[in-house]
Design a protein around this ligand. Sequence first.
Ligand code: NAD
Ligand code: DAU
Length: 356
Amino acid sequence: MKVIVTGGAGFIGSAVCRLMTGLKGYEVLNIDKLTYAGDLRTLASISARDNYHFAHQDICNRDAIVKIFDDFQPDAVMHLAAESHVDRSIDGPADFIQTNVVGTFNLLDVARAYFDKLPADKRSQFRFHHISTDEVYGSLGSEGLFTEETAYAPTSPYSASKASSDHLVQAWHHTYGLPIVISNCSNNYGPYQFPEKLIPLMALNLLHGKKLPVYGEGLNTRDWLHVEDHAEALVKILTEGRIGEKYNVGGCNELTNIDVVKRIFDTVQEIVPDISFENFDEAVTYVKDRPGHDWRYAIDPTKMQNELGWKPKYDFETGLRQTIEWYVNNREWWEPILKSKYAGERLGSAKGQADA
Ligand code: NAD
Ligand code: DAU
């Protein structure tokens, strides 16, 4: 199966490329613009494989994407390329609209023209898999779970742009018959995550003796899934999911942020006993909340389990330890990022109001 993966130099896309190029029968072409979040070093272990290819390209560049489709002749597309960080979407939404909305439109338009020209046997195999987020459903209160039937109610520029892209993908299916499938996943963690996100940010802060900036009171809740479990779910959805369907992916690991940060603290302290702080309370600083901060996300993954027989391999404790060990042992990956791309500063319209 020849698969175009967009955003394959990012956190989740690179896990998908590493997984699929190690499976029998797959040939992968990764299209990535290499924004601040894209990093070819995440693909070093597979870059010499015969079944892996890379195109340095923007999904918004229609002519270039048409040529890539014509040359590669994909059987499927897995669309992960996106601006992915909520705080950055608060500071600068334009890139989110451009890549997540216009870029997805562009890819759909190219895929549709390509699909229409395919011979019948190839058309019946073709899939466009759009990778999305649970944030399209908005925020939960203290009860309930997001199912595939939950109404869309995005709240941040990021989630609104992802919801827009989901709607475009559905429209291309209903109007033009493009065979699509959509997945909406909860918060991922694991190796190679850009250090703007909660778990790597906190771990690297501790390694540098820097305080842990918890937004608000730290009681917002997220539902965590290891990135390798997500990548396996995505391959299953691509190959076994029903056309036109949505699948919610989550690990049933609901935790408040303060609980996650405490677990990070305990794990780092165990692995690196000489960190600068005596105890957790000394390490934490409660900072001004994220504007419009969604309270709680939690996925009901019943459809994934019952229909596709998927379940995650990592429990949160094992996955968190593996992730933190990876960051401790792979300084050469994140040190250049901290030096040249992102030094751990507060993002998301809270400038000058850091510590409460
Ligand atoms: P990421 O920010 O780590 O990676 C995004 C990748 O897309 C980067 O390699 C970047 O260079 C590339 N990219 C950005 N704009 C592009 C463009 N115009 N053309 C081509 N490439 C471009 O993101 P991630 O965390 O790996 O997320 C991947 C996808 O999964 C996104 O669609 C995101 O919305 C979705 N998602 C993420 C999570 C999560 O917890 N990280 C959870 C659910 C869904
Ligand atoms: O739910 C899926 C989404 O999860 C994905 O679609 C997004 O791409 C991904 O970035 C993630 O969004 P979040 O906003 O939930 O992730 P983030 O790591 O930015 O924050 C997790 C929680 O931690 C959130 O409630 C905000 C809080 N937080 C975050 C940072 C960076 C803090 O308290 N302090 C921080 O410094």
